[in-house]
Write a protein that binds this ligand. Structure first.
Ligand SMILES: *[C@@H]1O[C@H](CO)[C@@H](O)[C@H](O)[C@H]1NC(C)=O
Ligand SMILES: *[C@@H]1O[C@H](CO)[C@@H](O)[C@H](O)[C@H]1NC(C)=O
Ligand SMILES: *[C@@H]1O[C@H](CO)[C@@H](O)[C@H](O)[C@H]1NC(C)=O
Length: 191
């Protein structure tokens, strides 16, 4: 009884702390439904209101300029087992949005258009879903090779799942924001 009460209490506080909320990035002007992690790391999601045929989203990730940060490198990874996930490639791509990608006096921020990232096979959420549970894993330690996008990464110090109400991430400005993205190719850059 005690254990289940404790667990319920812990889950309730976790849920309360992890509800994504609207956040507008001041530099790009893009509004995201954003999950704020207790470490200062955040992940925001933006989607179009019209789902038909859509496979794209815009995301912003960032964190406080403490621990290991300073330049931003990005790659797609896929975990096949416990361990540092390997780089994976496919038809999906990410293209940075220049004015949503910066380092200021307190934070680093990377904003990108993720094209063909919503997979219909169930690997991700579907565009028609009401909610999406998005997992994360974080560690403030540096990757072993800081300038290599394919570097191995250290085991997470914290991980979890966040439920996004997808209706909160939708905007009819999506197509305008999507056009801010640079042509796909860049997988690594200095911010
Ligand atoms: C961000 O850049 C786009 C062009 O890429 C521009 O249209 C938009 O107005 C900029 N956002 C702000 C808030 O200045
Ligand atoms: C939604 O997008 C589809 C595919 O681009 C298009 O055919 C349709 O007209 C759009 N619907 C609305 C209401 O804009
Ligand atoms: C720096 O950018 C972050 C977003 O990553 C924002 O929350 C914060 O207010 C900005 N800090 C300053 C000092 O402008």
């Amino acid at each position: 009884m005690k254990v289940s009460t404790l667990l319920t209490g812990a889950l309730a506080s976790l849920t309360a702390a992890q509800s994504p909320a609207p956040y507008t990035d001041a530099k790009s002007g893009i509004t995201f439904s954003t999950f704020q992690h207790s470490s200062g790391l955040f992940f925001g999601l933006a989607l179009p209101t019209n789902n038909t045929g859509n496979t794209d989203f815009i995301a912003t990730v960032g964190g406080k300029g403490t621990g290991w940060s300073g330049s931003v490198l990005s790659s797609f990874r896929k975990a096949a087992q416990y361990g540092s996930p390997a780089v994976t490639t496919g038809t999906f791509s990410q293209s940075p949005i220049a004015n949503g990608t910066y380092v200021n006096s307190t934070h680093w921020t990377y904003t990108f258009l993720c094209q063909k990232c919503i997979q219909s096979d169930g690997t991700t959420f579907k565009t028609t879903d009401q909610t999406a549970n998005i997992g994360y894993a974080v560690n403030a330690n540096a990757p072993s090779q800081k300038t290599n996008v394919a570097s191995t990464v250290t085991k997470h110090s914290d991980a979890g799942q966040v439920e996004f109400d997808l209706s909160q991430a939708k905007s009819d400005k999506f197509d305008t924001w999507k056009a801010y993205a640079a042509p796909k190719t860049a997988h690594s850059f200095q911010a």
